[in-house]
Design a protein around this ligand. Structure first.
Ligand code: ZN
Length: 118
């Protein structure tokens, strides 16, 4: 398979053909924690090749952070709807934010998984 060279996975779950590219993943700015790539794993060997996995405590903290953000979001949506932004604009913002939160929850799930295996 020609895709097998894309074995380096960054913390948001994107795959790259070099460690260097994975560490500078631009999607991690939105879809990982701390707005940056936290670690890179070689998915063929399951070995961590750059950075470090968050600890169990850090992963739990990220989860709390997510819960807080998702609560803030629903309050924000109400405000958008009642204020200057129309429901359709609020809907778009909501969908974007929901996609981002979904991605972050997946990342967080994976972190807990790694911790379980450690
Ligand atoms: Zn990434």
């Amino acid at each position: 398979m020609s895709t097998s060279s894309y074995i380096f996975e960054c913390s948001c779950g994107e795959r790259f053909n070099s460690i260097q590219a994975a560490t500078t993943c631009s999607k991690c700015r939105t879809y990982s924690f701390g707005n940056t790539c936290l670690y890179v794993e070689n998915r063929e060997t399951g070995v961590l090749v750059w950075g470090k996995y968050p600890t169990h405590e850090e992963a739990l903290r990220y989860e709390e952070e997510m819960d807080r953000q998702s609560k803030e979001l629903s309050e924000q949506i109400d405000a958008w709807i009642s204020e200057e932004k129309g429901p359709s604009e609020a809907q778009v913002l909501l969908e974007n934010e929901e996609a981002r939160l979904d991605a972050l929850y997946r990342v967080q799930d994976r972190m807990m998984e790694y911790n379980g295996n450690a």
